[in-house]
Design a protein around this ligand. Structure first.
Ligand SMILES: O=C(CO)COP(=O)(O)O
Length: 253
């Protein structure tokens, strides 16, 4: 693997200032695992506070509005999260696609504004169980990516992909390592075709969906997997660091 494994915690709609002690613990411990790149995406309300605590870990946002500042009550745009200390934003997460009816067009507009604000993008993709059972998982996921990849002029520097099968998110059910490897290979082939192999090699493909300390090492040892996007297990420093340790051990194999 060309790059360090990338372990990103997505706190989703969790966390008050009480979580700052967890963030501090993650940050201090991450300094012992320099072979792993560690980051968290807290809710908007905590981005700046976590950014101030963090010396080692990267900070990101879980979403951003697609527009410039203006009359959009309750919304937060890309330059605002960048100003708060975020260096990346997660876009296209299945929970945003489902709960907020986000379309590929809207996600593309968000990607454009994020790139303009200097943010890196973690672009999520993933199929439902119905789609998988119909044998259409690969074409669905590649379709989601084909819709967005042409926007990236400088993908090596700005793009990370997260493959998160919807049926594995928060369910305790992970995809098999064979399924993960197969989907990651298909995504890599698309990246090779779109950007050329040299640039593609610099884009990490993460797996997400019920990654826990006890399965992290096995998943992260899959050569095609460049890291993990972690939901539930990122809310406790102990669990999240268990995954970082798993990534570090998988690197040594
Ligand atoms: O959606 C996810 C990360 O973005 C995965 O969530 P869980 O790790 O809770 O399954």
């Amino acid at each position: 693997m060309a790059e360090r494994p990338y372990i990103v915690g997505n706190w989703k709609m969790n966390g008050t200032r009480a979580m700052l002690s967890e963030a501090r613990a993650i940050d201090r411990a991450a300094q012992r695992y320099m072979k792993v790149e560690v980051a968290v995406a807290p809710p908007y309300t905590l981005i700046h506070a976590v950014h101030k605590e963090a010396e080692q870990i990267g900070i990101g946002a879980q979403d951003c509005h697609s527009g410039a500042e203006g009359a959009h009550t309750g919304d937060i745009n890309a330059s605002m999260v960048a100003d708060a200390g975020a260096k990346f934003v997660i876009l296209g997460h299945s929970e945003r696609r489902q709960d907020h009816a986000e379309t590929d067009e809207l996600i593309n507009a968000k990607i454009e504004s994020a790139l303009e604000a200097g943010l890196r993008v973690i672009l999520c993709c993933g199929e439902s169980l119905e789609t998988r059972d119909a044998g259409e998982a690969e074409s669905f996921v590649l379709g989601q990516l084909r819709a967005a990849l042409p926007i990236f002029q400088d993908p090596a520097d700005r793009l990370t992909i997260a493959y998160e099968p919807i049926w594995a998110i928060g369910t305790g059910r992970t995809a098999t390592v064979e399924d993960i490897a197969a989907m990651h290979r298909a995504i890599r082939a698309l990246l090779d075709e779109t950007f050329g192999e040299d640039v593609s090699a610099k884009v990490r493909i993460l797996y997400g969906g019920s990654v826990k300390p006890d399965n992290a090492r096995e998943i992260l040892a899959v050569p095609e997997v460049g890291g993990a996007l972690v939901g539930g297990a990122s809310l406790s420093a102990e669990n999240f660091l268990g995954i970082v340790v798993g990534a570090s051990e998988a690197e040594e194999v």
